[in-house]
Design a binder for this molecule. Sequence first.
Ligand code: ZN
Ligand code: ZN
Length: 429
Amino acid sequence: MSSKNTGNQTSQTKINAPKGTKDIFFPEVDKWQYVEREIREFFSRFLYKEIRTPIFEHSELFHRGIGSETEVVQKEMYTFTDKGGRSVTLRPENTASVVRAAIEHNLFNTLFPLRFFYIGPMFRYEKPQKGRQRQFHQMGIEVFGDESPGVDAEVIYGAFKFLEQLGIRDIRLLINSVGCGECRPGFVEKLRADAEKHRDSLCPDCQRKIHTNPLRIFDCKNQGCIAVSENFPKITDHLCGECDTHFRGVRESLDLLDVEYTLNPRMVRGLDYYTKTAFEITSGQLGAQDSVLGGGRYDKLVKDLGGPDICGIGFAGGMERIILHLDASASGGEKTVLVAYQDISFEKEAVKLAKTLWEKGITAYINYDSKNMKKQFKRGDRIGAAYTFILGEEEIRNNTLSIKTMETREQVNIKKEELDQWLKTNMYR
Ligand SMILES: [Zn+2]
Ligand SMILES: [Zn+2]
């Protein structure tokens, strides 16, 4: 019998996780929880409230929301027919779902302000690589109902500062305006005419896009296509008065908030729904500039999905990418205490001490089955204990406690009644 993971296994064969998915556990999971906590804490400052939408939706939502010509919809969606004969899709991104939910529950008329954040898994059938999974995770925010450029700048500022606060280095912000229903069609025609002239230098995919959606040629990763499109017309040279004024306003507000940016007229983003402001944040921390987060304004999406004529803006960041950029020390995890005892007869004292710590909100661990101190210390290293509280014969006799700082191996002896003071100095942030 073959041991290959065919999906057609007997109970004896090992079953692995599907390609492009990943199990997340200690110690990496500490980083996930750290970033998730930071998201909740940071974005609540701007009045964002969490929204949780289903991980699958009617396929039509993404066809209409993201655009039928996008790479995502054409090649990457996990679409299947359920037992009731409906076409459903595992969400490849979350903006369409948030908009769908807001329309469905009439949130535009009942909630204020309309500011959401989300964290969760998304699904795209792509070639798995470092930081890119088929089940990947995004964090993001959406704001509805404000078309002023100040909101765009505030959203971008939030994204930028959030990554900075996580300690991600060499962060760069790229911005562009992708125009609106007034000015973009004219630009697309100019682009189409230019692309047509260079048809033979484009890949077959881009040759097809000349007719369907020439803007998407800018997404192509083919070196030949990148070189050719370098000389295509720039959308920022063809903005209508309104888009031009809006884009200038965004830049002025970014200056006011001390956010540095680079203009990139080629950046059109991979989804069709963007209007006016589009932006992307990259980090050069791991070598090449990696895209960590991206977003933009989508003033027609709500209406296109059957809702009122209300504008929106938001972004999504890749959790895997963000976590890849975190420093090894950046888990924000709590300090852990190992409670060690020299003799089995001290176990009760050790349990009482651990109980005191737990009730004070401190992470504490007792290794019950290790009979000697050396073994307990070893376990302490494995759980990454910051301190070991030692109950030896002397400590029990004198009603004291020895505390060893694991990193420096320094040890102090304190009276039991001094414990509170010691904890205040050493354990609380
Ligand atoms: Zn315009
Ligand atoms: Zn191409």
